[in-house]
Write a protein that binds this ligand. Sequence first.
Ligand code: FMN
Length: 183
Amino acid sequence: MSKTVVIYHSGYGHTKTVAEHVARGAEAQIIAIDAQGEIAEADWDALNAADAIIFGTPTYMGNVSWQFKKFADATSKVWFTRGWQDKVFGGFTNSASPNGDKQVALITLQTLASQHGGIWVSLGVLPSNTKAATSDDPNNLGGSVGLLARSPADAGADEVHKGDLETAALYGKRVAGIAARLK
Ligand SMILES: Cc1cc2nc3c(=O)[nH]c(=O)nc-3n(C[C@H](O)[C@H](O)[C@H](O)COP(=O)(O)O)c2cc1C
């Protein structure tokens, strides 16, 4: 059994909903970065002990939230010791527009994982991109690097698109499964 941790920031709850579905698929511990961009000391211990880490952030102004970036910069302490070298990593982002520059945020997460010498896991779910496809379908946003999710600007935190939440669970399962195979 591998140990997976989902660590995310969410300003208004939508990304939290996505994180919970990723964590359910991965059977992962879940850690929230708070509004000041902080996590507890015990959370660092959990991250250090994990076989797989999945990063999550809303896309704000075309990139990760400042709270996530503050966390990312704080990981430089671990970077110096190569403490996360060869861990398995994944990442997800949620935003209002179908595109909304989500990919930029995702690449930031992939780059963070790579800085740590990690093994990045792609989404691994075929896009639903036919005329009949809807937001209820898996990977209807057509991602490949990691998980993309959409919450329309007027949607509540419990209204993240159904297909994206299903994709979130599939992706969590995939990351944890790959970590278990490598262990
Ligand atoms: C400061 C700010 C910047 C945002 N920038 C973007 C953006 O660049 N692209 C986009 O599609 N949505 C953008 N949004 C919309 C959020 O990504 C969307 O509401 C998301 O669901 C918020 O997630 P959260 O509830 O976890 O904070 C922005 C929202 C805020 C508050």
